[in-house]
Write a protein that binds this ligand. Structure first.
Ligand code: WTA
Length: 701
C-alpha cells in the first residue's frame, strides 16, 4: 500500500470513531542526507528483532557494551514479572561510559556545560578529564563517605557537569544513586531519601534559573529534617560549589554533617578507583515517579539490561556518532536525562551538552544561539519546550546558523501543528524527527520511528521499537486491532532489557500496578502471559503507528513532568481548614496539562484568599513549583457518588468546559450546577469536543 493510500485508509476509519478534532496526518520522509550517514539503515533489523528471535535478538544490544564476564542466560523468566536480563554477566556502567573510550577519544569533549548567564563561557570536559574527576569523586564516596556497592545515595542537584560526575562515581562503586529533580522541594527530596534508605545526600549550593541564582542548599536543611522525621538519619551532606571560589548559599554549613566537596576532594587528587565488576542484575539507580497512590515509587533499574538498552537506542534511534554534538534539553533529574543525557550517550562516546537554565532565558533565541555556537546537530526536547519557544519567538530559529540532522520530541503527545513548526522552523525542513514514547519505568524508548527507515507522521509516536511488541487492550483484555480508530490501553506484550526491575522495597506494588490488570494466570512462567500495562490511552492506526493520548490513571502530565493527583491532594489536606481535596488536569496551551484544585472546607470556615494562598504555598513547599495549580476552587461540597467517592471526572469536565455526562446517580447532583456556575459563570456552554485523555480522566473511578 502506498503512503497516501494507507493514510487515506486510516483517515476513513479514524474520522468516524475518534474525536473530530483529530485527522490522520500524511507522512514525511527522512532526508537522504540523513539516511546516508545513519547508524541504523538496514531494514533487516525488523526481522532480526521479530518475535521468533526473542529474547536472543537483544544480545545485539548487550554486545555494544564491554563486559568483564559474558552472560549465560539472556532472559530468565522463572519469577514473573521480575524478569532477569543477561544473567551471569558482569560489567560496570562507569567503565562503559568513561574508561573504555579513553583509547580513542580521551581528547574529545564528553560533556559541554553551558551556564545560564550568557556572559559565562561554555566549559568543555574531555573524556580524560571526566575520567579523572569521576575517579577522584569515587574515591571520596568510598573513603570519606564510607559508601560501598548496594548502598543508596540521594542526589539533589541542578543541571551541571558535576551531576553526571556524581552519578558515574556512584556507578563505579556499585552505589545505587537516586537523583531527585533539582526543582523538587527539600520536602520531596527528604521523603525520597528516606524511602531509599540514603544516609548521604549530595547537593550543590546554588544554580542559575531564569535569571536568578537559586539558593539550593536551603532545601538540604528541609530534606534532612524530613528524612529524619521519617526515621532515616542523614550523616553527611556533600555540597558541590557552583563557583569554586565562593559559597553562594545563605544557609550555614552544619559542622560535622555538611562538607564542601572541593575541600574534601583535595585529599583525593590523582586518586584512581578500579571500577567494581557488577552483576548485570545489580541495581544501577532508583528514579522516583508518581503513580496512582500518594507515595512516589522508586523505579529500580538494573545495570546490564538498562545500559544495553539505553546505549543501543542512543545509537540507533538518537543516531549518535562520536563526531556528533548532541543536546538533550531535558533535566538529568528525570528519566530522560538519565537515559539520554548521561548513560546512553556517554556509553556510545557522545559529546553531550548540558545546559543549566531555562530555554527562554534571556529570550527565545537562546537555544538556537547555543546550537550555533556549539554546532549542535542532534537536538532533543519536549513538546512543552517547543510550544514555549514557538510562542516566545516563532521566527527566531531562522536567525541562527545551526543545522540539525536529527530532533527528538518526548514526554507528552505533540499536536500536529506544533510538530510541523518543529520540523519546518526549528529543523529548517532538513532534520529527521523521532517522537519517542516511553516512561520512567521502561528505561528507554518503546515506540518511535526508526529515523532512517520509517516515515514520520506528525502526532504519532510510531511503531514499536525493535523487539518491543505493543498492543492495545480493551478493559476486558481483548486486543483492539489496528485501524479501528478506537482508543484503548497501551500495553507491551513482552519484557525488554530496559524495563525496571521492581519498585524499590515494594514487590507487590510492582506486580499490582503494571501486571495485575491483564495477567490471566499468575502462576504462569511464560512471559506471554504477563503484558505490561503502561497506564496510557492510545490508538493503533492501520499503518501500525501508535498515537498516545495521555494517562488513563491518576497521573497528570504537567509540561512532561509526572505528578500524582493523590500527592497534590495529600498536600492540600495538610492545610488545617481543608476538609476534602480533588485535583484534576486542565488543558493548557503551553504545558499540555496543568493541575486545578477543588477543595471543600471544614465546618465553620468561610472561603478566603488566605486559604487559597496557603494551599498553593503548601503545594510548592511539599512538592515544588512545577506542581503549582492554575486555580484553587473552594466549593460548598464535592460531587460524590452515593458511596461517598469524589467524582473527579465531573470536576475535570467543569474545569475543561466539557460535558459533565450523566450525573443523575450522584448523591448530590445539585452541587454540580453550583460548582459549574462558580467556575465558568452562568452562561458557559459545555462542548463534547476536547482532548481524549481529559474525557477518559476519572472514568475508572
Ligand atoms: C507521556 C518520560 C505522548 C506518557 C519519558 C507516559 C508521551 C508518560 C510521550 C511518562 C510521547 C512520554 N508521546 N506521551 N512521545 N513520551 N509520554 O515517566 O503519558 O516522566 O506515560 O517518562 O509521559 O512520563 P515519564
Amino acid at each position: 500500500m502506498s503512503d497516501s493510500q494507507s493514510a487515506a485508509k486510516s483517515a476513513e476509519t479514524s474520522e468516524a470513531q475518534i474525536a473530530s478534532h483529530w485527522k490522520e496526518e500524511g507522512y514525511y520522509r527522512p532526508p537522504v542526507t540523513f539516511i546516508a550517514q545513519a547508524n541504523l539503515a538496514d531494514p533487516e533489523i525488523d526481522d532480526r528483532f521479530a518475535e521468533a528471535n526473542f529474547p536472543r535478538c537483544f544480545e545485539e544490544y548487550a554486545e555494544l557494551l564491554s563486559w568483564y564476564e559474558r552472560w549465560h542466560t539472556v532472559l530468565d523468566t522463572s519469577d514473573p514479572p521480575f524478569w532477569k536480563w543477561f544473567v551471569g554477566g558482569k560489567l560496570n556502567a562507569s567503565y562503559n561510559c568513561v574508561d573504555r573510550h579513553l583509547a580513542k577519544y580521551k581528547n574529545k569533549a564528553a560533556i559541554i556545560f553551558v551556564p545560564e548567564p550568557e556572559d559565562e563561557e561554555p566549559v568543555a570536559m574531555t573524556y580524560q578529564e571526566l575520567y579523572a574527576r569521576v575517579n577522584e569523586f569515587a574515591a571520596l564516596l568510598r573513603d570519606f563517605a564510607g559508601l560501598k556497592a548496594g548502598d543508596r545515595v540521594t542526589i539533589h542537584m541542578p543541571m551541571v557537569a558535576e551531576l553526571p560526575i556524581t552519578m558515574l562515581a556512584c556507578a563505579r562503586l556499585g552505589v545505587i544513586h537516586s537523583v531527585v529533580f533539582g526543582g523538587f522541594s527539600g520536602e520531596a527530596c527528604g521523603l525520597r531519601a528516606a524511602d531509599s534508605g540514603s544516609r548521604v545526600l549530595i547537593y550543590m549550593d546554588g544554580y542559575h534559573r531564569s535569571g536568578k541564582l537559586i539558593d539550593h542548599k536551603a532545601s538540604a536543611e528541609i530534606a534532612v529534617d524530613v528524612a529524619e522525621k521519617e526515621g532515616q538519619k542523614i550523616d553527611k551532606v556533600l555540597v558541590w560549589k557552583r563557583y569554586p571560589e565562593k559559597y553562594t548559599s545563605a544557609t550555614p554549613m552544619k559542622e560535622g554533617r555538611d562538607f564542601f566537596v572541593d575541600e574534601v576532594l583535595e585529599k583525593y587528587r590523582r586518586a584512581r578507583v578500579a571500577p567494581v565488576p557488577m552483576d548485570a542484575e545489580a541495581p544501577l539507580f532508583l528514579m522516583y515517579t508518581s503513580g496512582t497512590t500518594g507515595k512516589p515509587k522508586g523505579c529500580q533499574h538494573r545495570t546490564g539490561g538498562y545500559l544495553a538498552y539505553a546505549a543501543a537506542t542512543s545509537k540507533f534511534i538518537q543516531d549518535i556518532h562520536p563526531e556528533d554534538v548532541y543536546w538533550c534539553m531535558a533535566d538529568i533529574g528525570w528519566i530522560t536525562g538519565h537515559s539520554y543525557i548521561v548513560y546512553g550517550p556517554l556509553a556510545v562516546a557522545a559529546t553531550a551538552v548540558i545546559y543549566e537554565g531555562t530555554p527562554t532565558f534571556p529570550d527565545a533565541g537562546r537555544p538556537w544561539r547555543i546550537a550555533e555556537r556549539l554546532d549542535v546537530n542532534i537536538f532533543h526536547t519536549s513538546p512543552t519546550a517547543i510550544r514555549m519557544l514557538r510562542k516566545a519567538g516563532a521566527d527566531e530559529p531562522a536567525k541562527y546558523r545551526y543545522r540539525f540532522k536529527h530532533m527528538t520530541t518526548v514526554g507528552e503527545p505533540i499536536e500536529p501543528e506544533v510538530w510541523k513548526w518543529y520540523y519546518e522552523v526549528v529543523g529548517k525542513g532538513q532534520a529527521v524527527i523521532v517522537d519517542t514514547w516511553w516512561q520512567t519505568e521502561t528505561g528507554g524508548f518503546l515506540c518511535s520511528t526508526k529515523p532512517a527507515l520509517d516515515p514520520m507522521k506528525p502526532g504519532s509516536a510510531g511503531p514499536g521499537m525493535p523487539g518491543i511488541y505493543p498492543v492495545i487492550l480493551d478493559e476486558k483484555g481483548e486486543v483492539m486491532s489496528a485501524g479501528t480508530g478506537k482508543a484503548g490501553n497501551m500495553c507491551i506484550r513482552n519484557p525488554w532489557p530496559g524495563i525496571m526491575q521492581t519498585i524499590w522495597g515494594d514487590r507487590d506494588r510492582f506486580t499490582r500496578q503494571y501486571y495485575a490488570k491483564y495477567c490471566k494466570d499468575k502462576s504462569s512462567k511464560r512471559w506471554q502471559d504477563w503484558p505490561y500495562f503502561a497506564g496510557d490511552g492510545a490508538v493503533h492506526a492501520a499503518d501500525g503507528y501508535f498515537r498516545i493520548l495521555g494517562r488513563v490513571d491518576d497521573v497528570i502530565n504537567v509540561a512532561g513532568h509526572r505528578l500524582g493527583t493523590k500527592e497534590l491532594e495529600s498536600a492540600c489536606l495538610t492545610v488545617p481548614e481543608v476538609a476534602e481535596a480533588a485535583v484534576v488536569p486542565v488543558a493548557d496551551d503551553v504545558k499540555g496539562r496543568v493541575p486545578e484544585i477543588y477543595v471543600s472546607l471544614k465546618p465553620g470556615y468561610a472561603p478566603t484568599k488566605e486559604i487559597t494562598d496557603s494551599i498553593v504555598g503548601t503545594i510548592e513547599l511539599m512538592i515544588g513549583k512545577i506542581a503549582r495549580p492554575r486555580k484553587v476552587h473552594i466549593v460548598p461540597d464535592m460531587p460524590k457518588t452515593r458511596s461517598g467517592k469524589i467524582m473527579r471526572r465531573v470536576l475535570a469536565a467543569i474545569s475543561n468546559t466539557l460535558d459533565t455526562g450523566d450525573i443523575s446517580t450522584l448523591a448530590n447532583p445539585d452541587v454540580v450546577e453550583q460548582i459549574r456556575q462558580a467556575v465558568q459563570g452562568k452562561e458557559k456552554v459545555a462542548t463534547k469536543e476536547g482532548p481524549e485523555d481529559l474525557k477518559l480522566f476519572g472514568k475508572e473511578e
